[in-house]
Design a protein around this ligand. Structure first.
Ligand SMILES: *Cc1c(COP(=O)(O)O)cnc(C)c1O
Length: 430
């Protein structure tokens, strides 16, 4: 088939490379793990993104999770416009912050108080500081392949770009900053138990993506999260759920609603900003009140609770709170998953798919994929071919094997039928 035109993207990328390290402002965007030139996007609407050369793609990246309503949703755009016309930042309390916090608390009963920040990284970093400050302990347990943003303490055996680039420990992270971060294996409760027992009364918190999405999607084994809750309680370590992806994605109340496990602190981001920069962390009142200005744990931000971002978040969560929204979203994801499963099995290409509702990953291997070690067995070269084949056919998926794909409320049956047909055609060439 005729190769698509990418001359403008190629030109912009070479220019960008002279100005921005690697030409990108976040590593995975650079297509390093699949090869080729990243496409420069300039507009998007509903399920479709468009690049600077006029190519259109059905989008399953969704800005890495936030765009659950699809791109440029009329209500979100209207909310941002209205907010912008009233000024973009005041550095003072606003009514919108109260509104978004109420919506978050309503969705997450475990969150009695919440603080808004500007990114998921900032939220996770602040939650960890709070857990340490509140408990007076320094050690943190995280999971191999779990990504909690790029703060020093969290950049140990991390997923997402860090995993793709094989840089679990980044230069520039002092050994001092990383040495308090212990790493367990996801879905392996014995590995957590061992660490808690060897570090008695020293562990401030266990931080976990309840449904990891940054080593590709890996669902928690039945009972794993509940056992984690029991174990952390017994050792008086706080349990932090990083629901930056799963929050408002797998259910209005996130993974904690879906699995019925109540963490002490929750980290949010992505969807709650409706495509603008927002993060949040919240939890039990007595823990949250350790934050400044009530308590001694310092945390602040010039643009925290930014009016535009909060307006986009409120519009998004309001739309998601409509009755049947998740039934509709999950039915779309079921439809796509069934069609794709048919395409994969007919092709004879070994694949293994993990999915929870509208987030999923197909790994190019026989599986099962239950943790970081098994995720790494994937054939990333084959994934790269699959990625480029789909791209040529107008389907945009993550440019890395170790990421989640997302279905949005804007995807239509026609979009998904086109996707399944494209996948069949590409799989036949692998
Ligand atoms: C994306 C992500 C983060 C970081 O959020 P940013 O807004 O990119 O800083 C943290 N945790 C998880 C689980 C994420 O997926």
């Amino acid at each position: 088939m005729a190769r698509m035109k990418t001359t403008t993207s190629i030109h912009l990328f070479s220019l960008a490379n002279t100005l921005i390290p690697g030409g990108v402002n976040s590593p995975v965007r650079a297509f390093r793990s699949v090869g080729g030139t990243p496409l420069f996007l300039e507009r998007a609407k509903g399920s479709t993104v468009r690049d600077v050369d006029g190519n259109a793609f059905i989008d399953y990246v969704g800005s890495w999770g936030p765009m659950i309503l699809g791109h440029a949703h009329p209500k979100v755009v209207a909310a941002i416009r209205a907010s912008a016309s009233r000024g973009t930042s005041y550095g003072a309390p606003t009514p919108g912050e109260v509104g978004l916090s109420r919506l978050i608390r309503k969705a997450f009963p475990s969150i009695e108080k919440v603080r808004l920040v500007s990114s998921g990284t900032e939220a996770a970093m602040s939650a960890v500081r709070l857990a340490r400050g509140y408990s007076g302990k320094d050690k943190i347990i995280k999971f191999e392949g779990g990504y909690h943003g790029h703060a020093d303490a969290m950049l140990v055996s991390a997923g997402s770009g860090a995993l793709t680039f094989g840089l679990p420990d980044s230069p520039g992270v002092p050994r001092e900053a990383a040495k308090h971060t212990l790493t367990a294996a996801f879905n392996d409760i014995a590995s957590v138990k061992r660490l808690l027992e060897r570090n008695r009364n020293q562990v401030a918190a266990v931080i976990v993506e309840p449904i990891p999405g940054n080593m590709g999607v890996v669902p928690p084994a039945p009972g794993f999260l509940a056992e984690l809750r029991t174990l952390t309680k017994r050792h008086r370590a706080l349990l932090i759920f990083d629901e930056v992806i799963s929050g408002f994605r797998v259910a209005f109340g996130g993974a904690q609603e879906l699995f019925g496990v109540v963490p002490d602190l929750t980290v949010l981001g992505k969807i709650i900003g409706g495509g603008l920069p927002v993060g949040a962390f919240g939890g039990r009142k007595e823990i949250m009140d350790a934050l400044s200005p009530v308590g001694p744990v310092y945390q602040a931000g010039t643009l925290s609770g930014n009016p535009l971002a909060v307006a986009a978040g409120i519009a998004t969560l309001t739309e998601l709170s409509r009755k049947g929204a998740y039934r509709e979203l999950n039915a779309k994801a079921d439809y796509l998953a069934e069609g794709m499963a048919g395409a994969f099995s007919a092709s004879g290409v070994p694949t293994y798919t993990n999915r929870v509702g509208s987030m999923g990953t197909t790994f190019f291997q026989k599986g099962p994929v239950t943790d970081y070690v098994s995720a790494r067995r994937s054939d990333t070269k084959r994934y790269a071919k699959y990625f480029h084949g789909l791209l040529e056919r107008g389907i945009y998926i993550a440019p890395s094997q170790f990421e989640a794909g997302f279905v949005s409320l804007a995807h239509t049956k026609r979009d998904m039928d086109r996707t399944i047909a494209a996948a069949k055609a590409v799989l036949a060439t692998l």
